[in-house]
Ligand binder design. Structure first.
Ligand code: AMP
Length: 283
């Protein structure tokens, strides 16, 4: 059996463990997660291994990025299975603080970002979300001082927000984005996919299939507005309620009107039943 990684739960034990890793001149990769690990997370770990000599994984379900009506309480927590996966992946250190450790009683500091965080995508439907993400990720970066940090393109706007924040605050960490890992039928892997009923799970790959087709049509020169309207209709006809389906500049996230304004990224967020799925694809 692979050796379980060291698990630390307090800032002082984290500092000591990191000091030991750094004493051997290790380069440190941080992979922030909320646990309920799947192949998407494991892809981040594999890439981390290729780029750094030591891997630190944080597992923290961050309450400040959930709105009161969202699923913080029911978010899947699979600690034992996660730890076994992290041991298999030969992770060196797991940072697993509890909520009071990250947010002591009188916690009163927030990192708020603009630019990609106000692009009118996730921020329009989850106004609290990026404030929570940047505050916790900023704090993780300060606690762990990694050389690199890996994030999935699955959360495309988040990747851009964190990259901007790290540069703006000179945090000295290089942000690396990793392509989306999908199920065989195209559904982007997500810890939340377990919420889907059998029927919803069967419909869920429509999102990727439709975006893929739209991207192809755009590459073939079809009119952007017509392609987007057609794809949105297909998604809604399949039973989704769309939050947004948009064509944006892949780097700045600003709206585009033709693929000549590109590089272009299509981004979608839609609910099926009570489960909200997000996905995106390059054109
Ligand atoms: P989470 O635990 O959902 O907060 O995700 C932790 C990290 O894993 C984030 O950087 C996500 O973008 C990334 N991630 C989640 N799902 C996938 C996926 N299917 N493919 C690639 N990265 C992913």
């Amino acid at each position: 059996m692979p050796t379980a990684p060291a698990v630390v739960r307090t800032p002082s034990s984290l500092r000591l463990a990191l000091k030991r890793l750094r004493a051997r001149r290790a380069t440190i990769a941080l992979v922030p997660t909320m646990g309920a690990l799947h192949e998407g997370h494991l892809a981040l770990l594999r890439q981390a291994k290729r780029r750094a000599s030591r891997i630190v994984v944080s597992i923290f379900v961050n309450p400040t990025q959930f709105a009161p009506h969202e699923d913080f309480g029911s978010y899947p927590r699979t600690w034992k299975a996660d730890l076994a996966k992290l041991a298999d992946a030969k992770v060196d250190l797991v940072w697993h603080p509890d909520v009071r450790t990250m947010y002591p009683q009188d916690f009163a500091t927030r990192i708020l970002t603009e630019g990609p965080a106000t692009a009118g995508l996730e921020d329009r439907f989850r106004p609290h979300f990026f404030g929570g993400v940047t505050t916790v990720v900023g704090k993780l970066f300060i606690q762990c001082r990694p050389d690199i940090a890996l994030f999935g393109q699955k959360d495309y706007q988040q990747l851009k927000v964190v990259t901007r924040m790290a540069a703006d605050l000179d945090l000295g960490v290089k942000i690396i984005g990793i392509p989306i890992v999908r199920e065989r039928d195209g559904l982007a892997m997500s810890s939340r996919n377990i919420y889907l009923s059998i029927e919803q799970r069967a419909v869920a790959p429509t999102l990727y299939r439709t975006m893929k087709k739209a991207a192809e049509q755009l590459r073939n020169g079809k009119d952007l507005e017509a392609v987007m309207a057609d794809a949105a209709e297909t998604i809604e006809d399949a039973g989704f309620s769309l939050d947004y389906f948009e064509a944006r500049h892949a780097e700045t996230l600003s709206p585009i009107h033709s693929i000549k304004d590109g590089p272009v990224r299509l981004l979608v967020a839609a609910k099926i039943g009570t489960t909200r799925l997000i996905d995106n694809i390059g054109v």
